[in-house]
Design a protein around this ligand. Sequence first.
Ligand SMILES: Cc1cc2nc3c(=O)[nH]c(=O)nc-3n(C[C@H](O)[C@H](O)[C@H](O)COP(=O)(O)OP(=O)(O)OC[C@H]3O[C@@H](n4cnc5c(N)ncnc54)[C@H](O)[C@@H]3O)c2cc1C
Length: 355
Amino acid sequence: MITRRGMIGGAATAMASARRLKAANAPLDIVVIGGGIAGAAAASQLSAQGHQVVMLEARSRLGGRINTDRSFAMPIDLGASWIHGPSQANPLVALAAKAGLTTAVTPDDLVQVYAATGAPLPYSVVDPKEATYDRLTNRARSTAARTGRDMSFQQAMTAQQGTLFNDPVMRYFGAAWTEFDTGAPLDQLSALQGMEDEEFGGSDVIVTNGYDRLFQPLVNGYEIRMGSPVKAISQTESDITVEYPGGTITADAAVLTAPLGVLKAGSIQFSPGLASTKLAAINRVGFGTVNKVVLEFTRATWPAGMQYFGFCRAVGAAGRACYAMNVKRLRAHFKYLGCHIHSALSNWRIQRVGI
Ligand SMILES: Cc1cc2nc3c(=O)[nH]c(=O)nc-3n(C[C@H](O)[C@H](O)[C@H](O)COP(=O)(O)OP(=O)(O)OC[C@H]3O[C@@H](n4cnc5c(N)ncnc54)[C@H](O)[C@@H]3O)c2cc1C
């Protein structure tokens, strides 16, 4: 079953330490592998506690799945865009304030859904179906949680209403809400554990001046080596050795934040090898792709006040270009007008359109 969780829940970080002969509270030499938000947060905290930290990042930029494109009229996030559950309990909120992130609420109810023919669907048609999709989703999740019996989200939904996904509007909800949010096809998403990212309360907000700014408070006080993909990590009783094309680092501890795909591909050799339980989890859990196509227009040809446009598809075409977001609504003073088209489960690309 595939699961993909938000930034807080998904920062799958593992720390291994060896026992070098040091006094109990002496600073440690620590290697942090990966310069995404998990690695940057770990490196920042560890160096603030007085440890000597070196970060190794494979690519020529920090950020990982936080990736802001600044070639458009406004910063466009190709990876993470929203702060989900921006309550005061969410640690991202304090960090975002420190980094000077500006945000805006993207109201889910400001949406115009279109039929596969291109005809706009009235709210009197869409709203009751939305209530049904919500109700069935909640029941699918609570039944799975109560019984502990896992099945795919699609099975859990169709067990309640067999012909549910014959309805193009229901397929739209499945693609735009569930597949886009989780990065997984409905038939591979776990009804039991596939949607466990609702840690904090509050209406989701989107970052309007670039999510990559989040890194500014997190990259000081330690050394960062870019273009340094780690190939091997070996641990002995006394230390940990990390190998990358630029050399070898021996340290007291290593924090590994490489994503699941890197672990699945076996790109890093571990010595001793990973425990069989960890290997089983790495093999069992999957992940998917979420696409963003960004179109920049010189004038709006759509209702400027609408936040989202939803697209129903014919049978068999679920998941493609399921909704568009009107970026102009977030930054009304911008001369150019943007439109995200979010499509679940294919490769991403960027386009510009002059009209
Ligand atoms: C399209 C998309 C939209 C998303 N939207 C949201 C959203 O709106 N809100 C939200 O909260 N979350 C969202 N997420 C999820 C969020 O982006 C991730 O959960 C988060 O960024 C993961 O951070 P990370 O540090 O764990 O991993 P990553 O960001 O993947 O960072 C891992 C880093 O490790 C590096 N690395 C890999 N292998 C090696 C190696 N061998 N040696 C050294 N370095 C290595 C990589 O280059 C990368 O920089 C979205 C994700 C995607 C893809």
